[in-house]
Design a protein around this ligand. Sequence first.
Ligand SMILES: [Zn+2]
Length: 390
Amino acid sequence: MFTKHVSALEWINEIDLVDHHCHGVIDANLDRSGFEALITESDAPAPAGTTFFDTQLGFAVRGHCAPVLGLEPFATPEAYLRRRKELGGAEANARFLAEANINTYIVETGHRGDEILSPEGMGARAHANFAEVVRLERLAEELLEAGQAVEGFRTAYGHLLDRRLTTAVGVKSIAAYRVGLDFTPGPPSDADVDRALTRWFAQAAEKDSSRLTDETLIRFVLWEAVQRKVPIQFHIGYGDPDVDLHRCNPLLLTEFMRRTRGSGATVLLLHCYPFHREAGYLAHVFEHVYCDVGLAVNYSGAQAEQIIAESLELTPFHKALFSSDAFGASELYYLGAKQFRTGLARTLDRWSAAEGWPETEQRRIAMLIGSENAHRVYSLDKPPSQGSRQ
Ligand SMILES: [Zn+2]
């Protein structure tokens, strides 16, 4: 007796998705340079006479996104951007977010917050659920900008974090960008924090910039979050040229993981590429560590399937999450979801062909990674009024 083999591609679109790390979309119309800036991690335009459409992501935009705007697949970049402009940014966004078929967006608000839709705005535009993650370093910068003195700063930070956590479901740290992940893993003393605050305040006045790059203070905000037993997202791996990629290997957090075991906090390693196997190891051995390959799925296009498969070599299926890490261009939410679904389905097809994994088991795994792990880690099923996790 043979049972008909059903490809996971046939049912993968029915799987709920929680995008556990993304940013808001930009509603304004984008010109060519504005759009190209959103499909690269570089902070410089492509060399004269070349285009960022000639990348995995650019090909995915032309191949998969052009039909959503009513064009043939692989329409030229010029035709694509002309059509996008005709429709207007808000209409293009509504189309891509509808096609993305993401059930819940967990939106980080700390980066260029004035240009992008808020979590509520994302929920409304996408007709989806939404939640917020706050950036730890940004909260400290907000306090400084609001005129908080060094004296009382530590207490004020704790109060501000508590207040934001009455609605936010977790926090994010960009320690990787600001100091690298090889920071001293333990919490700093109060005296060390106060000394670092004095230094930071003086530098901020001198440079007229509140940007927080002090290692002691970044450790302080991280441990404030650990004490509150919340999900803590870390930027890991590649990003824009601000990162020293060799200091973004998640293995540098190994001692931090040891020290936060049993704290009640969870650690979510974002993006991870090209260290997704290292991240998988950490998620494998530390009970409070999770990971995703968001961003990498978008930027690797036709290779996304391989990265998804590699990330699931060691990552337990109850530790892997979906994210798009989309920012600004609605194409990135759509492609993040589409390429994740396709890549996971093809991977499951391959493994079931080789090892006979039953369809019910494949579906169960896809549901864990797509949404159920995120629901569990971020307690998404709790009403927001119970959001304070102190
Ligand atoms: Zn991000």
